[in-house]
Design a binder for this molecule. Structure first.
Ligand SMILES: C[S@@+](CC[C@H](N)C(=O)[O-])C[C@H]1O[C@@H](n2cnc3c(N)ncnc32)[C@H](O)[C@@H]1O
Length: 247
């Protein structure tokens, strides 16, 4: 297993409980993807790199989608399945990566939230796009939250993170959003792929064009954490949305 993925298995419990409470996931990433998806009631959706299934439960419980998720980290899928056993929602989870996951033309939409940036290198990116392309019906989209290729505000606090450049990779320092001190709860290593690397990978998989979007927090998040918390995030845009469609 690549180090980029192993890091989620070794920190799975810590990571899952952080993400469950993480304002950036809950008020920025997930609502932006939900808005782009539109009405998903009864729609078959594939979540690539679903982690512990937090977003899948939300899409199913609150929006009525039929979700399948796969992730390479066995510990995170074990947590997702445990939750499914406790409160069954009909979500299907499997331990897979884009090369082992096998579905052809079954899904109306697909998505990934902060997964593509963990590809070990730019060549590997094409596997994620291939996996989505194969699984999608015609007209289906692959919507991804990624680390922004254009982000430059390193070494300063952005929402509850500090991003640092380390030996060609990006070290993400996750901070406690509830306190004013910047204690690092844990770190993760990811890649800042370029716009061109994403475009080439999507095209190699068969997608014809990519649309990009910025992310802004929903009003609930601004109410919960205050304008100041989000200011740097809105200005510096550490994340980007990438949308491709199967023609
Ligand atoms: C930052 S987490 C995001 C998890 C989830 N999407 C969320 O919103 O919380 C990145 C996830 O991508 C998964 N991942 C990274 N590379 C992968 C690969 N090649 N195949 C499948 N999953 C992968 C990791 O195991 C981890 O669960």
């Amino acid at each position: 297993m690549h180090d980029e993925v192993k890091q989620f298995d070794t920190i799975s419990n810590k990571y899952a409980s952080f993400v469950d409470e993480d304002p950036v996931r809950n008020f920025l990433h997930y609502p932006t993807v939900i808005k782009i998806l539109g009405n998903v009631k009864g729609k078959k959706i594939l979540d690539i790199g679903c982690g512990d299934g937090l977003f899948d439960r939300k899409l199913t419980k609150e929006y009525g989608a039929q979700v399948t998720g796969y992730d390479k980290a066995p510990d995170l899928i074990a947590l997702a399945k445990q939750e499914e056993n406790k409160n069954p929602l009909g979500i299907i989870y499997s331990v897979d990566d884009p090369l082992s996951f096998n579905a052809v033309g079954m899904f109306e939409e697909s998505l990934s939230v902060m997964v593509l940036s963990y590809a070990p290198d730019a060549d590997y990116l094409v596997n994620f796009f291939h996996s989505a392309y194969r699984a999608l019906e015609k007209g289906g989209r692959f919507i991804s939250v990624i680390f922004n290729p254009e982000f430059k505000a390193f070494d300063k606090v952005v929402a509850n993170r500090i991003f640092k450049q380390k030996n060609g990779k990006i070290e993400v320092n996750f901070l406690n959003s509830k306190s004013t001190n910047s204690e690092v709860k844990f770190t993760a290593l990811l890649n800042q792929f370029s716009t061109n690397e994403y475009t080439v990978a999507a095209q190699k998989a068969g997608f014809q064009k990519i649309n990009w979007k910025k992310l802004y927090p929903i009003s609930e998040g601004v109410k919960a954490l205050g304008k100041e918390f989000w200011q740097s995030c809105e200005q510096e845009q550490p994340y980007a949305i990438l949308i491709t469609e199967k023609a």
